[in-house]
Design a protein around this ligand. Structure first.
Ligand code: 8YV
Length: 323
């Protein structure tokens, strides 16, 4: 492990124990959530903070960064960085890093599992067995993945890994993204509605944030149709949750598999009450193996920056700064 840097680092929310341990060895870490008065702690250390380690979905807002005049580097835990104001950071010369690649296959595994769970009603089948109902009669026949076509909304690294898995299951894959990708040999649709109309499994893999807020709305769900299944492993904000609840209730779509929600960890009672929704507590990347790789990447980014080397995984919106 790198020796101690003469650098003050702000940690707004708890991170994995080994990440905290390594950062504690390398930096002077100020743990905001432990302070009885967070504002007082910030006031005391704000002029010295040069880096932030942002875990647990901690919001790194323009307001927070404005208070830290020496801030140079924000290292986020997670591939998604919608909780970090990267536009503001970029405009002020602050480097932001995320944790791509190391979680791609894990999240794609979860997406495939959730797709099978939702289509084949596997959680419902398990609940049926545990309730002793099998003794009475077999579980009812379910819909199938056979004969389906899937649409990937947001064909980035994770979207492509999901597409490979679906292809292996014999499911044709279409996609929509901001641009057609010339090197991708899959049918492209210019809008989310067009994609939804062409498929009967729609997998949401877009980044969160303002650009994708409410992208899957009532019109997209209507286009997906009564045999359609919506899978969301991206961000809850991409889907209009009220429209989804209505569509699941009235049969506009067949079912949904959701790993993410608009106001986590709150899940609307209306969704909990629906039998045609499979719900997971944001576990897409949540294995020990993958979370360790993500945590190590946070540490490696911060140490690289502190040693004056380029960070490993900067987000495209911000410059590569060295200490
Ligand atoms: C984590 C995620 O749950 O990488 C992401 O964007 O959503 C997940 O891997 C999250 O980062 C934990 O805070």
């Amino acid at each position: 492990m790198a020796s101690h840097f003469d650098i003050d680092l702000l940690m707004p929310a708890p991170m994995m124990p080994f990440v905290m341990e390594r950062l504690d060895q390398a930096f002077r870490v100020h743990k905001l959530w432990l302070a009885a008065d967070g504002d007082a702690l910030l006031a005391e250390v704000s002029s010295r903070i040069r880096a932030i380690a942002a875990g647990g979905g901690a919001a790194v807002t323009a307001d927070l960064m404005r208070r830290l005049p020496r801030l140079e580097c924000v290292a986020g835990f997670g591939v998604g960085y919608d909780s970090i104001d990267v536009q503001w950071a970029g405009a002020h010369g602050i480097t932001v890093t995320n944790t791509p690649d190391v979680l791609t296959e894990e999240v794609a595994d979860t997406a495939l599992a959730l797709t099978l769970m939702a289509v084949r009603r596997l959680p419902q089948a398990e609940r049926y067995l545990r309730a002793g109902n099998w003794l009475e009669r077999p579980f009812a026949l379910t819909p199938t993945l056979r004969g389906r076509t899937a649409g990937i909304l947001g064909l980035g690294r994770i979207g492509k890994a999901i597409a490979r898995r679906l292809a292996a299951c014999g499911v044709p894959v279409h996609y929509h993204g901001r641009h057609r990708q010339e090197d991708v040999d899959l049918p492209y649709h210019a809008t989310p509605v067009d994609l939804a109309r062409a498929v009967d499994v729609l997998v949401v893999v877009t980044p969160g944030g303002v650009e994708t807020r409410g992208m899957v709305d009532a019109a997209v769900l209507k286009a997906l149709g009564p045999n359609g299944v919506l899978i969301n492993i991206a961000r809850g904000t991409v889907v209009d949750e009220d429209a989804l609840i209505a569509a699941l209730r009235d049969g506009t779509i067949l079912g949904a598999g959701l790993d993410v929600f608009a106001h986590e960890p709150q899940v609307p009672q209306a969704l909990l009450d629906l039998d045609n929704a499979v719900l997971l507590p944001h576990v897409g990347s949540a294995t020990t193996y993958t979370r360790q790789a993500m945590g190590q990447l946070v540490v490696d980014n911060l140490v690289a920056w502190a040693q004056g080397r380029p960070v490993l995984t900067p987000v495209p919106e911000t410059p590569i700064k060295v200490a």
